[in-house]
Design a protein. Structure first.
Length: 302
C-alpha cells in the first residue's frame, strides 16, 4: 500500500510533545529577574522591620543596636513613649483630621471627574478621542516641580495659597493618571451591554451610571486607592502652600517636627512620627493589594 506525498509528509514530521502543566523552561533572564525582585522585597521588609522596632527604642538603642528588638522600652514599661511624644509635639491630632478630609475629598473628586471623561474618550466615539487620550497621558509626564512656582504665584494672587488651593492642585494633578488608568477598564467592557441599554431606550448618561459604572467597580477602587496613597504621602506641595500650623497635613507636620526632634536628639519620637504617617497607607495597601494588582493587570491587558 503506497502513501500519497501529503500523507508521507505528515508521517515524517512528528508532533512535538506538549509541556506538562506547570512546567517551564529554564531561563537565565527569568532567574535574574526573580532574584532582583526577591532582593528588593527583602530590602523593603528589612526597612519596615527597622522602622517598627526603632519606633520603640531609645536614641542609644537606635544607633548601637539598629536591628535588635526594643528590650529597653518594654523593660521600663513605657513602650509607646515615642508615639505619645510624637503625637503631642508634632501636632498630629489636627493634622490627621486635615489629611483625612483633604485626601478623602480630593480622591473622590478626582475619580468623579475622571470616570466620565474616561468613558467619553473610550465608549462614545467622540471625534479626536485618540489624540485627546494621548494628550491626557502626556500630562502624567510633566513633573509638577517644574510648575510649582507659577502655581504658587497664581494661587497666592487669588488668595488660594492654603488648604483650598491645595485641594484644587491635588485634583488637577491626579486627573491625568486617573483618566489614563480608567480608560483601560472602560475599554475592556463588552459592547453588547451598551447596545442592549440603547435598545431599551437608555440615554448615554443613564447607560454610564446604571450599566457601565457598576461594571468598572474594580477600576474605580484601584483608582481611589492609588490616589489616596499618593496624596497621603505628598509633601512638597503641602510645604509650599500650607502656612497655618492648624491646617498642616501629616507629611507637613512631620517635616516641621523633624527639625525640633533632631535638635533635641529625640530620634525615637521622630521615627515614631514617621511610623504614624506610613502605617495607615501600608495597612490600606495590604488589605486591598489583591484588588489593586488585579485591577492594574486588567487595565493594562486591555
Amino acid at each position: 500500500m503506497t502513501l500519497s506525498s501529503s500523507e508521507a509528509r505528515v508521517r515524517k514530521v512528528p508532533r512535538k510533545p506538549r509541556p506538562a502543566p506547570g512546567s517551564r523552561r529554564f531561563s537565565p533572564l527569568r532567574l535574574v529577574g526573580s532574584a532582583i525582585v526577591w532582593v528588593f522585597t527583602a530590602g523593603n521588609v528589612l526597612v519596615l522591620y527597622w522602622l517598627l522596632t526603632a519606633a520603640f527604642k531609645t536614641p542609644v538603642e537606635i544607633f548601637t543596636k539598629p536591628f535588635a528588638l526594643p528590650y529597653q522600652w518594654f523593660h521600663l514599661g513605657k513602650p509607646f513613649r515615642n508615639f505619645v511624644y510624637a503625637w503631642n509635639n508634632a501636632g498630629f491630632g489636627d493634622a490627621v483630621l486635615t489629611t483625612v478630609v483633604l485626601v478623602g475629598l480630593a480622591t473622590v473628586a478626582t475619580v468623579a471627574v475622571s470616570a466620565p471623561c474616561a468613558y467619553a474618550l473610550t465608549r462614545l466615539g467622540v471625534r479626536g478621542s485618540g489624540p485627546m487620550t494621548n494628550a491626557v497621558a502626556i500630562g502624567m509626564g510633566v513633573p509638577f516641580q517644574t510648575v510649582i512656582i507659577p502655581l504658587f504665584v497664581v494661587l497666592s494672587r487669588i488668595h488660594l495659597d492654603n488648604e483650598y488651593g491645595l485641594f484644587v492642585l491635588y485634583v488637577a494633578l491626579s486627573i491625568p493618571f486617573t483618566v489614563f488608568l480608567l480608560t483601560g477598564f472602560f475599554r475592556s467592557l463588552p459592547d453588547e451591554l451598551e447596545e442592549a441599554a440603547a435598545l431599551d431606550g437608555a440615554s448615554p448618561m443613564r447607560t454610564f451610571f446604571s450599566v457601565m459604572l457598576p461594571l468598572a467597580r474594580g477600576g474605580l477602587i484601584t483608582a481611589l486607592t492609588l490616589n489616596a496613597i499618593g496624596l497621603w504621602n505628598e509633601t512638597l506641595l503641602a510645604i509650599v502652600f500650607l502656612k497655618d500650623q492648624a491646617h498642616f497635613t501629616l507629611s507637613r507636620a512631620l517635616f516641621t517636627f523633624y527639625g525640633a526632634a533632631s535638635y533635641q536628639s529625640e530620634y525615637g519620637g521622630l521615627i515614631a512620627g514617621v511610623a504614624i504617617v506610613v502605617l495607615p497607607m501600608l495597612v490600606l495597601y495590604l488589605v486591598l493589594a489583591r484588588r489593586i494588582i488585579s485591577g492594574l493587570t486588567l487595565g493594562a491587558g486591555k
